[in-house]
Design a protein around this ligand. Structure first.
Ligand code: ATP
Ligand code: MG
Length: 224
């Protein structure tokens, strides 16, 4: 592609062509880069044009790295900023009250529920946990059928299937039948295969390094 061709293709092309004129050694490289950029842009433009469907999505965050729940709460903040109604159901209750509960729990656009008397990392009582999981799921099901709720966060829900407290078929059915505009985020280190295969977006956060491994104590505002 010649420089004169570039200057007519895009604004960016004009700038690059001018830059190239100042440095004759790299003209060929600049032209090649420009061609590559334009090709990439054409592909992206094509994809943007093809993505015409408007509907809510299901997003699943798994993996052993840090950042699943905090990313989901960050996305909820995004939805709230746009005036949307949100609901959070936390399927694991930590020993400490979390910053997210303190912050979002009193937010007028958020319904916040932490599974009561149930699953914690510290104590295990399968019978009580199952009952608590079922109660939390009953609430989740209600939210998943409420068109007024735009954003749903089912935090740590995947453990309920790992421990056999809830039936994954019920979750898949509720997700499939939810209001068309509703977005749902789910977190947990591992997830049932059927869920992994059915969600619209799945990101797996890898643990490359965590401060805890080098002896740094868990701290308020970062861990809870
Ligand atoms: P966060 O809530 O910070 O986004 P998460 O949801 O990705 O974390 P969980 O598996 O729910 O991770 O664990 C929550 C807690 O465990 C957090 O305090 C987090 O810092 C800690 N944690 C997460 N990943 C690791 C890890 N690889 N090693 C040690 N601690 C971790
Ligand atoms: Mg988490």
């Amino acid at each position: 592609m010649s420089n004169s061709q570039q200057s007519t293709t895009s604004d960016k092309g004009t700038v690059l062509a001018k830059d190239a004129a100042h440095n004759t050694d790299t003209t060929g490289e600049v032209a090649k880069n420009e061609a590559r950029l334009l090709k990439k842009k054409a592909v992206v433009d094509q994809r943007i044009a093809a993505a015409t469907e408007e509907r809510g999505v299901t997003i699943l965050l798994t993996g052993n790295g840090k950042g699943k729940s905090s990313s989901a709460f960050g996305t909820m903040a995004r939805a709230l900023g746009h005036g949307q109604q949100a609901a959070v159901i936390q399927f694991i209750k930590g020993r400490k009250e979390t910053g997210e509960q303190l912050f979002f729990g009193s937010h007028p656009q958020v319904g916040f529920h932490v599974m009561g008397h149930g699953f914690t990392w510290e104590t295990r009582d399968p019978e009580r946990e199952k009952k608590a999981a079922e109660q939390a799921w009953a609430l989740a099901k209600q939210v998943l059928s409420d068109p007024a709720v735009h954003f749903v966060l089912l935090d740590e829900i995947t453990y309920m299937y790992k421990y056999g407290y809830l039936d994954e078929a019920d979750l898949l059915a509720a997700l499939a039948a939810r209001p068309a505009h509703q977005n749902v985020m789910m977190t947990g280190r591992t997830a049932p295969r059927a869920l992994l295969e059915s969600v619209d977006t799945h990101s797996k956060i890898a643990n490359e390094r965590h401060a805890f491994a080098s002896g740094v104590k868990a701290q308020v505002g970062i861990e809870w």
